[in-house]
Write a protein that binds this ligand. Structure first.
Ligand code: DMJ
Length: 914
């Protein structure tokens, strides 16, 4: 048994807590080498260019933070499309995602230490005063323990850490007397009842006022939690203990970690995604490094760095070895089963795993970090952002992107480690894309669908806590930051905790250091951290040489398959039977099926794939009957294409995916429901008519506006408050008759999105929109005024929103259309809506609601046939180290023995995910 902080690891080679310092020093050396012999790859970036980009980040932060403070504070979050605060209970519930909102001014608390990193010390001082004056932590709200810990407790502790640093410097925060820490302690005590389980794993939710047990708590019946939810507490809880001397927090967090470690699957050393908090049984046995598990691994390594306890490093290394053995298939990271780790659990990856290259940098394993990061960057280049999930052949699986910071985080750490200016260029692209596609007059809006470019009325607090920190630090030189960032560790929410905590109150907290300590076979591990040999080889072009073969991995995924299948046909080999070709009436197919799993390992492999495909195919076929969502982009002043609304398509009229987009000014039809001949044809002639849903068929409305000369139509939901954030989008079906006579494009908007147009029409009178399958870039046609960011803006670092036009946009209080000067649309009675649903609205009766996150691929160049061909040639990929993902050498017999069980597991997961 080795002693905490001594012996192996960083402690032996360099002083405790050395990773960041070592990283910085070695990176600096490396930079010197790199700049002197640079011959190829990305050109070094000048100091001026870096400063310009840093200033651009500052201006973007001002736009996000300024709009939050002006239009949303003290609410938890900003709704950037409607320019108001998101108050829980006042908006339609979004399910679990709302559990981060505790009516405690979440965004303000999450932004505290970002203000200091970005040199906004004065604003920090104001923000701390506001937190102390306004924030109440005793609300009767059920919140997520995990989110409250990482965002609020972490935010308060990060704020406290930098407040005492500033106070010590002697200029700012001289009045500060640990008030944030007192709030953090109060919150810590509020979270503790969640740990009242036999396992010591916390309940996933807690009522801030009533805890868990009281009847008023409305929580405490849950049986499961995610591994990350239970395993991402130690940094904040230990910091709280060490700052205050109250050891209980660190003890509880350690106990939860000890339990998870005990429950790891002993042969694979992996953990599942969800666990029963009472029995400790794994509920979901799939395992990856993304959603549900991610920060558990992160906290094991960082707990070692912060606390200097060897047991955390050993656990991390044990898991890391398993991850690299089973989950890592460079450049991919694919989920597997904990009991059968050679078997992939899914064929797609989620966006949260983008943090992993950054963690690998901290571990010192830089090659796979470079590879995965490069693969992710290729996906981003294709879709502008990382979709929430994407397949192994890089098609969109879930199309949202809530402005997640993980990729920026990894980019920052890779730049720190390699000094390769390529990563600065990557950061520049991220900035450009945010300004081009996510910036709206009132902040930055999450992407609802990266393919259409449509927005969601959402700006999560982590965007301010993390994204701006990592982007700013990426371009900052040491002298651009008022303190030494190397003295701190980043929590998973990028809050800063000082490394000196490891030597504070150690005696009290160490008494609960993991007692059972297993001597592990560590022959595979390199116990230095970071591993400088791997991290900084003597070649300044090292990172580039790893990235180069992956440059076209996304674009080439389809053509590569075609070439291989041609080769396979030339060689006379018969292609394996694929699920999509299978016909139960074909005797040859039945014969092949019988052979699968019996004759050879190749047949068996084909068999396994066949079954997997069958399952995927059936769910895909359901989805393929649906049309993908469309976009309504407001292009006139002051929107200039920046606001993009998600719209439902119609099964009739002009197909926007096949034709050029339709652009025109909007006008309300009279009657507003469009159910009879329009009485205001002159108003809608040559325009895009707005019509209210209800009282007749969609096709009938389309005919009436077409007859009046409209060039397109937007049907707005009559169900007040409906929104694509909370309701599944659907397609408007025809009327059961021939609809070929309808030539104009028709799109559907839920009431919330529709009211954005109606409000704009009320305010600006002339509102021009673009109906399309994908939002168009904001070009000079759309925006004949200045760009969202100009160089002169970059000099302005005030907290005022700077977007041109943003001061003119007031999308605030929504009046209903009937209050407006527009045509008075008839009031929709609940009865009328019910009638329509029951008798008239065929879309709701007949067509499946669109799963807006998972429509068929829009990637023209990567058709299903291409994918099929690619898969057909999978065996040939083995010879190419750059494309060899998906192959394992587990005996096929053992896989087949459990065939049925696996199929059930796949089906279960499909259900879970849907
Ligand atoms: C952040 O809140 C944290 O990084 C968390 O660990 C998971 N990811 C979100 C942002 O995507």
């Amino acid at each position: 048994m080795s002693e905490a902080g001594g012996g192996r690891g960083c402690g032996s080679a360099v002083p405790q807590r050395a990773p960041w310092n070592l990283l910085a020093t070695t990176a600096a050396l490396y930079l010197v080498m790199a700049t002197s012999v640079w011959t190829a790859g990305a050109a070094p970036m000048s100091r001026e260019e870096k400063q310009k980009l840093g200033n651009q980040v500052l201006e973007m932060f001002d736009h996000a933070y300024g709009n939050y403070m002006e239009h949303a504070y003290p609410a938890d979050e900003l709704m950037p499309l409607t320019c108001r605060g998101r108050v829980r209970g006042q908006e339609p519930s979004r399910g679990d995602v709302d559990d981060a909102l505790g009516k405690f001014s979440l965004t303000l608390i999450d932004s505290l230490d970002t203000l200091v990193v970005l040199n906004k010390t004065k604003e920090f001082e104001d923000a701390v005063r506001k937190v102390l004056r306004d924030v109440n932590l005793d609300n009767d709200v059920v919140v997520s323990v995990f989110e409250t810990n990482i965002r609020v407790l972490g935010g308060l502790l990060g704020g406290h850490s930098l407040a005492i640093m500033l106070k010590e410097k002697g200029e700012y925060m001289q009045w500060y007397n640990d008030e944030l820490l007192q709030m953090a302690k109060q919150l810590g005590y509020k979270l503790l009842p969640a740990f009242n389980t036999t396992s010591g794993l916390p309940y996933p939710r807690i009522n801030l006022k009533f805890g868990i047990r009281k009847p008023e708590a409305r929580t405490g019946t849950e049986t499961d939690t995610c591994t990350a939810c239970a395993g991402t507490l130690i940094l904040e809880f230990a910091a709280l203990s060490r700052f205050t001397g109250a050891t209980i927090f660190e003890e509880y967090a350690r106990k939860a970690l000890d339990f998870l470690w005990e429950k790891r699957q002993r042969s694979s050393n992996l953990v599942g995604v969800t666990i029963n908090i009472h029995t400790g049984d794994w509920v979901r046995k799939d395992s990856g490094v993304g959603a549900g598990i991610d920060s558990y691994y992160e906290y094991l390594l960082k707990a070692y760095v912060l606390l200097g306890d060897d047991s955390f490093l050993e656990r991390f290394n044990t898991h890391y070895d398993a991850i690299m053995r089973y989950i890592s298939q460079p450049p991919l990271l694919l989920d597997v089963h904990i009991h059968k780790p050679m078997l992939n659990a899914r064929t797609w990856m989620d966006a949260l795993l983008a943090f992993f290259p950054g963690l690998q940098v901290l571990k010192g394993d830089i090659r796979p970090a470079i590879e995965t990061h490069e693969m992710l960057y290729q996906v981003i280049k294709k879709h502008n952002f990382l979709p929430e999930a994407f397949t192994t052949d890089f098609r969109v699986h879930w199309a949202q992107h809530p402005l997640r910071p993980e990729f920026a985080e990894s980019t920052y750490f890779l730049y720190k480690a390699t000094g390769d200016p390529y990563y600065l260029e990557v950061g520049k692209t991220l900035i450009e894309n945010l300004n081009k596609y996510a910036r709206v007059p009132c902040g930055f809006a999450a992407m609802k669908d990266v393919r259409t470019g449509s927005h969601e009325d959402r700006m999560d607090s982590f965007f301010l806590a993390e994204m701006f920190k990592y982007l700013y630090l990426l371009f900052a030189d040491k002298e651009d930051i008022i303190f030494d960032i190397e003295d701190y560790i980043f929590t998973t929410e990028a809050h800063l905790l000082p490394l000196w905590l490891s030597t504070t109150n150690q005696s009290t907290s160490k008494k609960n250091t993991t007692s059972e300590y297993i001597e592990l076979d560590d022959s595979n591990f390199d116990w230095t951290c970071p591993n400088t040999q791997i991290l900084f080889p003597n070649d300044p072009l090292y990172a580039q040489s790893i990235r180069e073969p992956l440059k076209n991995v996304v674009d080439k995924s389809c053509p590569r398959g075609i070439i291989r299948v041609e080769e396979s046909f030339r060689s006379g080999a018969k292609p394996p039977l694929r699920a999509r070709d299978f016909m139960a009436t074909n005797p040859e197919h039945l014969e092949i099926l019988k052979k699968m799993g019996a004759a050879s390992s190749i047949d068996a492999e084909d068999g396994l794939r066949f079954m997997q495909e069958m399952i995927e195919l059936s769910s895909q076929q359901q989805k393929e009957q649906q049309l993908p969502p469309r976009a309504v982009q407001i292009v006139s002043h002051p929107f200039f294409g920046r606001v993009v609304l998600t719209a439902g398509p119609a099964q009739f009229g002009l197909d926007l995916s096949k034709h050029k987009e339709t652009r025109g000014f909007v006008a309300s039809s009279k009657p507003y429901n469009g159910c009879s001949e329009l009485t205001n044809p002159e108003a809608v002639m040559g325009k895009i008519a707005l019509i209210q849903r209800g009282q007749c068929m969609f096709a009938e409305k389309a005919r009436h506006i077409q007859n009046a000369g409209a060039i397109g139509g937007i049907v707005i939901d009559d169900n007040e408050g409906s929104s694509s954030d909370t309701a599944p989008l659907f397609q408007m079906a025809g009327d059961g008759k021939d609809t070929d006579d309808i030539k104009i494009p028709m799109l559907f908007l839920f009431s919330k999105e529709g009211s954005i147009i109606l409000d704009a029409l009320r305010e600006y009178e002339e509102v021009e929109v673009l109906l399309s399958d994908k939002a168009k870039d904001r070009d000079p046609d759309m925006e004949n005024e200045e760009q969202p960011f100009s160089e002169s803006d970059s000099q302005n670092q005030s907290a005022e929103p700077l977007a041109p036009g943003s001061q003119e946009v007031d999308l605030g209080d929504h009046e209903s259309p009937e209050d407006s000067s527009l045509d008075s649309p008839p009031e929709s009675s609940p009865a009328a809506a019910a009638d329509e649903a029951a008798d008239v609205s065929p879309s709701e009766q007949n067509s499946d609601p669109l799963e807006n996150h998972e429509p068929p691929s829009l990637d023209g160049e990567c058709t299903d046939l291409d994918n099929q061909l690619q898969e057909q040639s999978e065996t040939e990929e083995d010879s190419n180290p750059n494309v060899s993902w998906g192959k394992k050498d587990q005996p096929i017999d053992s896989i087949l023995a459990d065939w049925n069980e696996d199929i059930e597991a796949f089906e279960m997961m499909e259900k879970d995910e849907l």
